[in-house]
Write a protein that binds this ligand. Structure first.
Ligand code: GDG
Length: 502
């Protein structure tokens, strides 16, 4: 039995087949959400992690619960076995084809027909059962992301005294968008059985409150002002206040608005290593006097890769003097088994090919398209080499790439300081507002944003980067972890003093 149970669909290690046997290795890079969540076990007395694994190819002596000893200490992992059909239905169809488009406000991509709601419920019920089996009666069970939306309601039925927290990594859309989902009452009722619900930014929290109010008799009982510095007025995702408490059926639900943040310490260490210096020198030698524009994301229509390549094509057309002088490295890591993403991938490949054919020569290629992941330490060298990091999603919960790019810029580096161009519709724009902010739905804004970044004088680049670096330090992964622990404590002992946060 554990005092802290983390429920996240991925397992907290990588499974590698060595000599025909499965070995569990820690993730190569300590960067990312999995190591961050595991670090919570090191802060307390261990804990449990609940994730799914496929029944396909499972060994006969499969053990559902194992104990792991790694750099984060000793903790249990409860492995929920799902059949390939369950994974397809619950994850690839219901979560990715119906929920994901609505969360990101793409009504036209919403695909309701293939959804099998009873299977979604069943899988969520299995997660809840596995979590309840691991949890002490008053444990904190911390559930992550929309594909587990029904878990809190089931947990409350199974163990009423649990402290249940839920964190959304995606945006939470406006009520009239969310309410497209026919299961809206069930999902919101489930979330209202939590003690704590967390979002990256106040806008998503406000959207959740508006949705809950539209469906149930819910009252917002407290809110706090947002520091202007962390949400300059007049931007697409700005909010002046963040709701912090809801009352529903005599219970209090605490709300938290705090971006996940990046591991600034680890990225700094990577950025300053001899290995990165060597890779950087190699990249810069290869580039010569060509300036690097870097774009990094998963292939997903929400990330705006197609619209960005179109903007690049317009840039090369309107500024022919840039031909032979810039190169776009477009990393778009391909996902498998989601058909909507295949279509985007094909279009990205076609557009890159067209741009290279139209503007390129034997000596110079305007776009380098990479569809497989770049090792993280190498990616850090590219962050350092880039003149511009071009992050223009159409809608994005936060966007860690923007923060990683800022973290990788060397402190006091007087030779190379890159410029961040960031979509106003990424949650990160709320606090990283010294970036060149662009509206990806406007050609004019996209075009002037990239030109402004390429033309920006060194002094201005340094001044903006200095503030951005201070902000990502203030809102790094440790500050997110501290905020989560603060809200877990709130539901344990009643209200604690509220900090003003982003
Ligand atoms: C969700 C929300 C929210 C990407 N390419 C490579 C690579 N990456 C790494 C980056 C970064 C991560 O993947 C992507 O970060 P995002 O923030 O874009 O994440 P999503 O996958 O969309 O995830 C998002 C996030 O959750 C956290 O709450 O910000 O809004 O959609 O860390 O570095 N890493 C390596 N090679 C690559 O080629 N090694």
């Amino acid at each position: 039995m554990s005092k802290l149970v983390i429920v996240y669909h991925r397992q907290p290690y990588q499974e590698v087949v060595v000599d025909g046997k499965i070995e569990r290795h820690e993730h190569k890079s300590p960067n990312g959400i999995v190591p961050t969540l595991k670090s919570f076990f090191g802060r307390g007395n261990g804990g449990s992690w609940v994730a799914w694994t496929s029944t396909e190819g499972a060994a006969e002596d499969f053990e559902p619960v194992i104990t792991i000893n790694d750099a984060f200490g000793s903790y249990r992992v409860s492995r929920l076995q799902l059949t390939p059909e369950e994974v397809r239905s619950f994850y690839h169809i219901t979560s990715k084809e119906a929920m994901w488009p609505i969360l990101h406000s793409f009504k036209e991509r919403y695909n309701y027909d293939p959804v099998d709601w009873p299977t979604f419920r069943e899988v969520n019920w299995k997660f809840a059962q596995a979590a309840a089996a691991e949890a002490d009666d008053d444990a904190v069970v911390w559930v992550h992301d929309y594909n587990l939306w029904l878990v809190p309601m089931y947990l409350r039925q199974l163990k009423p005294n649990l402290r249940i927290a839920f964190f959304h990594h995606t945006p939470f859309p406006a009520a009239d968008m969310f309410n497209v989902l026919p299961w809206r009452h069930e999902i919101i009722e489930s979330l209202l059985s939590c003690d704590v619900i967390g979002f990256h930014i106040p806008r998503y929290t406000a959207n959740f409150v508006a949705t809950a109010k539209s469906l149930f008799d819910v009252e917002e009982t407290a809110s706090i002002p947002v520091r202007n510095e962390f949400s300059a007025r007049g931007m697409a995702l700005s909010e002046a206040r963040a709701p912090t408490k809801l009352a529903y059926k005599g219970r209090t639900i605490h709300l938290s608005s705090h971006p996940v943040g990046v591991d600034v310490g680890y990225i700094n260490e990577c950025a300053q290593s001899a290995e990165t210096d060597a890779k950087l020198a190699e990249i810069l030698k290869d580039l010569g006097d060509i300036r690097l524009i870097l774009s990094v994301s998963r292939t997903d229509y929400t990330k705006g890769g197609i619209e960005q390549l179109q903007a690049y094509e317009r840039l090369l057309t309107s500024r022919p003097e840039l031909i032979g002088k810039v190169r776009l490295m477009h990393v778009s890591v391909q996902a498998t088994e989601v058909s909507a993403y295949d279509e985007v991938q094909r279009e990205i490949e076609a557009l890159s090919g067209r741009i290279n054919g139209q503007f390129g020569s034997f000596d110079w290629q305007p776009v380098s398209l990479l569809s497989t992941p770049v090792p993280f330490r190498e990616l850090v060298a590219y962050y350092r080499a880039a003149s511009v990091c071009w992050v223009t999603p159409l809608c994005d919960g936060l966007n860690l790439v923007a923060g990683e790019f800022v973290a990788a810029q060397k402190e006091g580096d007087h030779i190379k300081v890159g410029t961040l161009v960031l979509s106003e519709f990424a949650g990160a724009a709320v606090h990283l507002n010294e970036a060149v902010l662009v509206n990806p739905f406007s050609h004019a804004a996209m075009d002037s944003g990239i030109k402004q970044a390429l033309d920006m004088p060194l002094d201005e680049r340094r001044a903006r980067m200095k503030i951005l670096k201070r902000k990502i330090k203030e809102l790094d992964i440790n500050s997110w972890a501290a905020e989560q622990q603060r809200v877990f404590k709130l539901c344990e002992h009643g209200p604690a003093p509220i900090r003003r946060i982003a």
